[in-house]
Ligand binder design. Structure first.
Ligand code: KG4
Ligand code: ZN
Length: 334
């Protein structure tokens, strides 16, 4: 019997990715990263769109070849509709539409943030409903209550910067390349979290990271006045301290959400969930407080099309297809 096969495509930010999902497993998950943004210290939307245009056909082709399925086996094309950079989304959506049209198969629109959470359903063990998911990426920081594959409610969010931005913007101050999150993670492993920064005091389950960034900036300015080599001589300890501050903020809100909802199934998702400090702190807390925690493998934390194909499957199941008039959305609610 023919196996259900879905092609997922992701192009919301600076990674072009394509993946083939077939009956319960991911057969391929190809990602083309864009190094060009390193030069600018952040993602430049026009540069990202151009790179998607160059990468999209080779990446989709690679995903199909690696999966060993034939193009005619593909039953549907799942594509990120938003949120993300509009120019980047347009490239993916236009390509997905053309492909679905030419193969005469359904097109499925996927919410990028929802897909980050559904990445948990690619491998075992899978979280049980209801569960809480801390979704932390370069553009978002949310605590989401998940009651079913496609039923999700955001119960906490950032009022300013996202957790990934806190890593990236601090990294820029420290002179690190973009994206600084993974670099800070590596350097933090070599240092001690011996510096303290002001902690935000935000109501309910919401987050704020812009105050932390300012606190770090003023701390560094003060220290550099005393010792011009302060950053170079203390880089590992600064990174460890920055990482601990960000992880502490995330964990304290997650604990609050857990006690408010009584839900002990706890997951993390999004690029920042690749952070070793966050992963370690979550594992420690799960032992202390008896949580069941779910941490995706690194390649399903950062932007990838496997999660888009996975989300596509749940929509395929309920027959939720998009029309050829579908348009991407830079801002898109769950
Ligand atoms: O989910 P993602 O790949 O793209 C968005 O949807 O934004 O997340 C990218 C973010 C960046 O801010 C990057 O610095 C951060 O995730 N990131 C990390 C790590 N790996 C990626 N932050 C901290 N530690 C990491 N290991
Ligand atoms: Zn993402």
């Amino acid at each position: 019997m023919k196996k259900l096969t879905i092609l997922g495509i992701e192009s919301s930010c600076d990674d072009t990715s394509a993946s083939i999902w077939q009956e319960g497993q991911i057969l391929s998950n190809c990602v083309a990263n864009q190094d060009a943004h390193k030069l600018y210290g952040g993602v430049v939307p026009e540069v990202a769109s151009r790179a998607h245009l160059e990468n999209i056909i080779p990446v989709v082709n690679k995903a199909i070849v690696e999966s060993k399925v034939s193009v005619d086996d593909i039953d549907a094309v799942a594509i990120t509709k938003g949120p993300g950079l509009l120019g980047s989304l347009i490239v993916g959506v236009s390509f997905a539409k053309s492909l679905a049209y030419s193969l005469d198969i359904p097109l499925i629109e996927v919410n990028h943030m929802q897909a980050h959470i559904l990445a948990h359903f690619i491998d075992d063990p899978k979280p049980k409903f209801p569960f809480l998911c801390l979704t932390v990426s370069g553009g978002h920081t949310q605590i989401v209550k998940v009651t079913d594959h496609l039923e999700m409610e955001v119960i906490g969010t950032t009022i300013d910067d996202a957790a990934g931005e806190a890593f990236d913007k601090t990294g820029k101050i420290l002179g690190l390349d973009y994206p600084a999150g993974p670099i800070i993670d590596e350097l933090a492993k070599l240092g001690k979290a011996k510096f303290e920064f002001a902690k935000p005091n935000i109501a309910d389950l919401d987050f704020s990271f812009s105050g932390l960034k300012t606190s770090i900036l003023y701390f560094l300015k003060r220290k550099i006045k005393e010792d011009p080599n302060f950053i170079t001589d203390n880089l590992n300890d600064i990174c460890a301290s920055v990482q601990k501050s960000i992880v502490d903020i995330l964990l304290s809100k997650l604990k609050k959400a857990q006690s408010q909802t009584g839900i002990k199934e706890i997951a993390i998702a999004g690029g920042v969930s690749a952070n070793s400090g966050l992963r370690g702190a979550l594992n420690k807390t799960s032992v202390e407080l008896g949580w069941n925690t779910y941490i995706p493998k690194i390649s399903y934390c950062t932007d990838n099309a496997a999660m888009i194909a996975m989300a596509g499957y749940y929509k395929f199941n309920i027959g939720e297809f998009a029309g050829q008039d579908m348009a991407p959305m830079a801002r898109m609610k769950m």
